[in-house]
Ligand binder design. Structure first.
Ligand SMILES: Cc1cc2nc3c(=O)[nH]c(=O)nc-3n(C[C@H](O)[C@H](O)[C@H](O)COP(=O)(O)OP(=O)(O)OC[C@H]3O[C@@H](n4cnc5c(N)ncnc54)[C@H](O)[C@@H]3O)c2cc1C
Length: 395
């Protein structure tokens, strides 16, 4: 493991830092902070992404010819670290920049690249992900939204759920089943769908903290031009693998969450609430975070060698979700009775950190990865792989 930046990485970090010190607004929009006006946050976020685009920082990893900086995952991690340093949280544009864009770059036609990429980089168009359904989450290939060909269009009908940001998105990446007679991974086609098209109904889901992050999306005979099919008909699963790999990298940019500094500051500001039990809990969490930093360094070292750190990333994700849930719990207790009166950052973390146990692959699915790839345990039996979808028992 190597903890130091190479000369090239140090130079990139210096460049990123100089840019951010010169251009980052004093208060950067924080997507995760539900305590502030979300419409205002979105306006600010678009403005900031446009500034990044104008100065050539719209995307670190997209190729140069697609408007990105053409750099690798290590530079992305350094960029994330520098963004964290200036207080930048998660972005509204994760689905566009991190999922839709890279998938269009890998599988899109030249016309699709020309139409969709620049508006993503400039934040002119916001994207969402329409993958999960009530019967298809961890087992995504079980999806049953129907796509029927009609001339040079597709007619799509079905229900999607847990669609983050669907209520302010312009476009969605969508999976639908175009052939029900094939085994479940083989009859899926991948589409780019206009969220303003007739037949799309977006129903926001109200969360525990009173805000809306997710939506149910109903598609009722939505017409999608064949020109907006991404990749060959029936080969949507292969295209999806590209999206999911990038999703892992985008969500896997978790090191920005790996900090206990704000909790320590909060504890120092409220010494009257730090009893021996809490001191012990914070100390335990601190040593946990230090161990995770080492695991993260292993992930970064592997990426630097051009390897894919899948098992390490799975362990890291499970551990960071646990760490954030715990620090949200301690942070809330440090607020004392005041925690009940308003929605602030600690209340927000307490209520939303648990979602990380599910988003981007649940804890159990990550543990399955560790069981198979670290412990060498037998693979999960998959008896439904070769059965035509329309012959599978429906639960
Ligand atoms: C914050 C957040 C944002 C999200 N954003 C989006 C989005 O924008 N677009 C989108 O399409 N989806 C989104 N999702 C949905 C997410 O991808 C799914 O929630 C996830 O894939 C799990 O699916 P599920 O909720 O249907 O749970 P299920 O897959 O039904 O799982 C239920 C339980 O069973 C367990 N389980 C399932 N299979 C196994 C197995 N093989 N072995 C052991 N245990 C198992 C799970 O771990 C879980 O505890 C988001 C979710 C969250 C929390």
């Amino acid at each position: 493991m190597d903890f130091r930046d190479s000369p090239h990485e140090a130079a990139f970090r210096g460049e990123a830092r100089a840019f951010l010190d010169a251009y980052a607004p004093a208060r950067l929009p924080d997507y995760a902070d539900q305590s502030v006006d979300q419409e205002q946050v979105l306006v600010q976020a678009r403005g900031w992404q446009r500034t990044l685009f104008d100065h050539g920082w719209g995307s670190i990893t997209w190729p140069l010819e697609c408007g990105g900086r053409g750099l690798g995952p290590i530079e992305q991690i350094i960029w994330n670290q520098e963004l964290t340093r200036v207080g930048f949280g998660e972005s509204h544009f994760l689905q566009g920049l991190g999922l839709a864009g890279p998938t269009i770059i890998a599988h899109g036609t030249e016309a699709q690249k020309a139409r969709f990429l620049e508006p993503i980089l400039r934040a002119d168009e916001i994207w969402c992900q329409l993958f999960s359904e009530p019967g298809a989450g961890s087992d995504l290939a079980n999806l049953s939204t129907r796509a029927e060909k009609s001339g040079d269009e597709w007619i799509i009908t079905g229900q999607k759920t847990w669609c983050s940001g669907g209520h302010y998105s312009d476009w969605g990446i969508l999976l639908a089943r175009s052939d029900f007679t094939l085994p479940k991974h083989r009859g899926i086609t991948y589409f780019l769908v206009d969220m303003h098209a007739p037949g799309i109904e977006v129903r926001p889901l109200r969360q525990l903290d009173g805000t809306t992050h997710f939506n149910e999306v109903f598609l009722n005979e939505v017409r999608v031009p064949d020109a907006n099919r991404l990749g060959p008909e029936g080969q949507g699963w292969q295209v999806t693998m590209t999206t999911l790999m990038h999703e892992r990298m985008a969500i896997g940019g978790l090191e920005r969450l790996l900090s206990i500094d704000s909790l320590l500051e909060h504890a120092r500001a409220n010494p009257q609430r730090v009893d021996d039990v809490m001191r012990d809990e914070i100390g335990r969490l601190y040593s946990w975070v230090k161990a995770l930093e080492l695991l993260n360094a292993r992930v970064i070292t592997k990426l630097g060698r051009g390897e894919i750190p899948d098992a390490e990333s799975s362990m890291l994700k499970v551990a960071i979700a646990r760490m954030l849930t715990k620090s949200g719990d301690i942070g809330l207790r440090l607020c004392g009775p005041e925690a009940m009166l308003r929605l602030g950052p600690w209340q927000n973390q307490f209520l939303t950190a648990p979602t990380l146990h599910v988003a981007g692959g649940t804890d159990e699915i990550q543990k399955n990865v560790c069981a198979e790839r670290v412990l060498g345990l037998p693979r999960e039996p998959r008896s439904d792989r070769d059965v035509p979808f329309d012959q599978l028992p429906k639960g």
